[in-house]
Design a binder for this molecule. Structure first.
Ligand code: 13P
Length: 255
């Protein structure tokens, strides 16, 4: 890793209500020291309904953990029943938004074009997208991983100003590794993430590619994080299941 600050993000998915979120933040902060926060950017992406409570707790107790959302709409307001806009998130001091998670793509039909709209909108509202890419098991077995992630990166960043791409985070999450207990090996994750960095270079130039932080996601646990983080292109992790437990997340942050 060259000059890129590690970033560990918790994706709680549809877990932990706002009471649980407050308890989590208090327990988690008790486990960490200032040096941990200095060394790693920490982001918690809870369900929308937790954001206000978590914001209040983090700010009142001066816990240097950034808030993230798991999704948003691309418009700033309008007749979009059930949706939440980036400007609403910005008002809650949300800093990051996960965009194009494979569960959004697979369960809710998000296309690369929608992902691109969301990336541009999130950036236009001064927020940082965590852009998720990754291949299915079938694509993995067919040797189609490189083509898949290259295409996803090209489309996600199409028309995005390279100065904005510099601020972005990308998460490589092989779908077959999500929630399965089978993480990609550090070498395999490194290989694909270096391809992703090359794709960012094609989309936005080499400066952007060197600045973008790229996370690995998929069955990250306290026991496998350090080997992943030892890889030169892996700048952090997007953690699902293990991020629900404050002790596990603290151990991951202290890789
Ligand atoms: P798990 O860590 O539970 O495999 O989930 C990964 C993920 O999808 C994070 O966004």
């Amino acid at each position: 890793m060259t000059g890129r600050k590690p970033i560990i993000a918790a994706n709680w998915k549809m877990h932990h209500d706002h009471f649980a979120a407050i308890q989590f933040a208090q327990k988690f902060s008790y486990l960490l020291e200032k040096t941990d926060y200095d060394a790693v950017d920490i982001v918690i992406c809870p369900p929308f309904t937790d954001l206000r409570s978590l914001q209040t707790t983090l700010e009142a107790d001066e816990i240097p953990v950034a808030l993230g959302a798991q999704n948003c709409h691309w418009e700033k307001d309008g007749a979009f029943t059930g949706e939440v806009s980036p400007s609403m998130l910005a008002k809650l001091n949300v800093r990051y938004v996960i965009v194009g998670h494979s569960e959004r793509r697979e369960v809710f039909g998000e296309t690369d074009e929608i992902v691109n709209r969301k990336v541009r909108s999130v950036l236009n509202h001064g927020l940082i997208p965590i852009v998720c890419v990754g291949e299915t098991l079938e694509e993995h077995e067919a040797g189609a991983t490189v083509g898949k992630v290259k295409g996803q990166i090209a489309e996600a960043f199409a028309g995005v100003n390279p100065d904005d791409v510099v601020t972005c985070v990308v998460a490589y999450e092989p779908i077959w590794a999500i929630g399965t207990g089978h993480n990609a090996t550090p070498d395999d994750a490194q290989e694909t993430i270096s391809v992703i960095r090359g794709a960012v270079s094609n989309a936005a130039g080499e400066d952007a590619a060197q600045a973008v932080r790229i996370q690995y996601g998929g069955s990250v646990k306290p026991g496998n994080i350090s080997a992943l983080m030892a890889m030169p292109d892996i700048d952090g992790a997007l953690v699902g299941g293990a991020s629900l437990d404050p002790e596990d997340l603290a151990r991951i942050v202290r890789f």
